[in-house]
Design a protein. Sequence first.
Length: 202
Amino acid sequence: MAFGSTRPSVGFASHRPLRRGGHHTWSGTAFVVEALLLLAFLVASLAILLTLFSDAHLRAEDTVRLEAATVLASDEAEAFGANPFAVLSEHEATYQDQTCMISITPDATVYTGGVLYGATISVMSGDESLYTLHTSRYVRSGTSTMRLLAQGDSESACSMLFQELVAAGRVDAQGNVLVADATGEAQVDAQIGSDMQAGGVA
C-alpha cells in the first residue's frame, strides 16, 4: 500500500512542470502573434497616411498652378483689351514662382465700321494645358487702328493678322474696312457680349 500510494504522487509531480511549460510556450507564441498583427496594422496605417498626404500635396500643387494660370490668362486678356496689337503670340510669364507658356491664337471678324479682333489665350505648363479663355476687342476703322498699331508690336499675333487682312484686300494699310464679313453695330455688340470683354471699344 505504501508503494502504491506513492506512485500517483510521483506521477502527478512529474506531469505538473510539463503543463506549466506548455502554458508558457503558448503565452509566448500569442504575444509574438499579437505583436506581428499590431506591426502589420501600423504599417498599413502608415501607408494609408502617406498616400493621403501625397494626394493632398499633389492637389495643393495643382491648385497653385491653376491659380497662376488663371491670373496670367486674365492679365493677358487685359493687355489684349488695352491693345490687341501689343500682345505677342507666344511668350513665358511668371506668377508666384510659377512659370508658364502663354499662347495666343488670334481671329478677326471684319465689320463695316471696324474689326473685331479675338484671341484664344492658352496657358501651358510643358505639354499640359492649364487654362484657356477667349477675349475680344473691337477696333474701329482708320485712326483707332493706326493709333493702336503705332503703340503695338509688329511681331504680335494681331499685327500679323492685320497684315494678312491688308494682303487679302479686306482692309487698307490705314485700317479702313474695304470688304466686310458682317454689317451692323448690333452684331458687334452681340459678339462682344458673348465673350469676356477685356477693354473698351476703340
